[in-house]
Design a protein around this ligand. Structure first.
Ligand SMILES: Cc1cc2nc3c(=O)[nH]c(=O)nc-3n(C[C@H](O)[C@H](O)[C@H](O)COP(=O)(O)OP(=O)(O)OC[C@H]3O[C@@H](n4cnc5c(N)ncnc54)[C@H](O)[C@@H]3O)c2cc1C
Length: 456
């Protein structure tokens, strides 16, 4: 009567619909699959998931269970574990994009059992928040207003788990393919990550103790490390659910905590991204507004490579890119500035930037990444217009006036600069070559001229 629960980017016991359903059916084999393709496409995110596994295994062991880890193609691994254990069902969470589930059910059925897909514990089920005429929202603000009036389901408690008569073999908790694909400072990144379900809850609780009415303003200041929750990586690997965050935050608001409404609004962007991605599963490859597929985007180039390496000669951009490469995170304001510089000043195809973020971010999320890149590039449904070109120097003066953020990452000997030097491949020659300042006016004009031609 054994069933398998495949922990798929839901690396927690709390509010885990697939685990609850599995536990109701019989003894549960908790399974994680480390897919080499995922490790190659999203190495930092894969590393981040690997960091969460020891905590997940320890939590399961406290309940008399344990984590089974297998490496390989998910369909093949699932079929193999079903055959090894005679499991009568596999429960897991829908993939993102949902189309990526194609083929899994066939593989499981061929092994003689059924695959049950459960929705992720997002704020609302996909397609449940609709406009008055019953269509999906394409603009965030009305989506947010409708979501705010919606019922957000209570998180599910941790279920009781019973163990199978025998445990199948397990690989180790490490993910060597991810380590190899990262090809850089695993140890550097590890110093900046607090992995695990209980760490995510601690982070949220601490944040809800300190957040106040200045949240909306402070969240734009990159040197103000305490201004935001820092939970995007925990949400992305599923150490905490959006619903749990919502309900804890609502409770804090109920007790008079300021700034919570703005936090909830930010969190709603994540659901909005998923809504869009559900409506357009190739949103990470195709412009939402089809006419933008004909824009004269530039392909990969030395300039794009310099952008990846934090060597553009624009201090704010370089600082952000170095932060992301070294520690797998980048402040939201910097993401907007760095992305804007790539797609506008350098006129580079937004998908080139999207792929690099997907490679470097520990909080990589297919939907959030695609929505935000299309927002910056001006081709998304609810996007910043292309002619609005961020000036990175003006942004720096406004949000990093005292240079604290830039100095951390760019001045030799700064804590961030040391991390970056330790993480960057020698072939980049980061310290050796001076970076001449970029000509921002020229880049801006080139982008505007291209946009004018495109409109004509
Ligand atoms: C070009 C670009 C690419 C991005 N790629 C990703 C990505 O791959 N994964 C990802 O999680 N976020 C992405 N973001 C959004 C955002 O930068 C991060 O979610 C943010 O840095 C979160 O920090 P925090 O948890 O401290 O935020 P908080 O201010 O504490 O916000 C709470 C939560 O709200 C959600 N949130 C906030 N802003 C956004 C947003 N703009 N879009 C979607 N959700 C949001 C996040 O889940 C976040 O953890 C991207 C933004 C840009 C401009």
């Amino acid at each position: 009567m054994t069933v398998i629960c495949w922990f798929r980017r839901v690396l927690r016991l709390d509010d885990h619909p697939a685990l609850v359903a599995a536990a109701q059916e019989g003894p549960v084999i908790p399974l994680v699959i480390l897919d080499p393709l995922e490790a190659r496409a999203n190495p930092a995110s894969a590393q981040r998931q690997a960091m969460a596994l020891p905590d997940l295994d320890a939590s399961l062991r406290r309940l008399g269970s344990r984590l089974i880890v297998r490496r390989g193609d998910p369909g093949a691994v699932l079929a193999q574990v079903v055959r090894d254990t005679g499991a009568r069902a596999v429960h897991t969470t829908q993939g993102m994009p949902f189309a990526s589930d194609d083929g899994l059910d066939r593989a499981v059925e061929q092994a003689g059992t059924r695959l049950h897909l459960h929705p992720p514990a997002d704020l609302v089920p996909r397609g449940s928040v609709l406009t008055g005429s019953g269509t999906r929202f394409k603009v965030f603000t009305p989506f947010w207003r409708a979501l705010r009036k919606s019922h957000i389901a209570d998180p599910l408690p941790v279920p009781r788990l019973s163990a199978p008569d025998a445990w199948p073999n397990s690989d180790g908790l490490d993910w060597p393919e991810a380590r190899a694909a990262m090809n850089r400072g695993w140890d550097v990144m590890a110093r900046h990550v607090r992995a695990g379900e209980s760490a995510a809850h601690d982070r949220l609780d601490a944040f809800l103790e300190r957040v106040d009415a200045r949240y909306a303003e402070r969240r734009d200041i990159p040197a103000d490390g305490d201004a935001t929750s820092g939970l995007s990586d925990a949400l992305a690997v599923g150490e905490i659910s959006a619903r749990r965050l919502w309900h804890k935050a609502m409770n804090a608001q109920h007790h008079g905590r300021g700034g919570v409404e703005d936090l909830l609004r930010e969190l709603a962007w994540r659901d909005f991204a998923r809504e869009l991605f559900d409506a357009m599963p190739d949103m990470d490859r195709t412009c939402w507004r089809p006419e933008w597929n004909d824009f004269s985007w530039r392909g990969d180039s030395d300039e794009a490579q310099a952008w990846r390496q934090g060597r553009t000669g624009v201090a704010m951009v370089d600082a952000g890119m170095r932060e992301m490469f070294a520690i797998g995170r980048m402040h939201n304001r910097l993401r907007m500035i760095a992305a804007s510089y790539l797609v506008k000043h350098l006129m580079t195809d937004w998908r080139i930037g999207l792929d690099w973020f997907a490679c470097c971010l520990t909080d990589w999320d297919a939907a959030s990444n695609a929505m935000n890149w299309q927002w910056v590039a001006g081709c998304g449904p609810d996007a910043s217009p292309f002619f609005r070109v961020f000036n990175p120097d003006t942004q720096a003066a406004k949000f990093d006036g005292a240079r604290r953020y830039r100095d951390t990452w760019l001045v030799a000997g700064g804590a961030g600069a040391r991390d970056f030097a330790a993480a960057a491949p020698l072939s980049w020659g980061v310290d050796a070559r001076p970076v001449p300042p970029a000509d921002l006016d020229r880049g801006r004009q080139r982008a505007l001229d291209a946009y004018a031609a495109f409109r004509r």
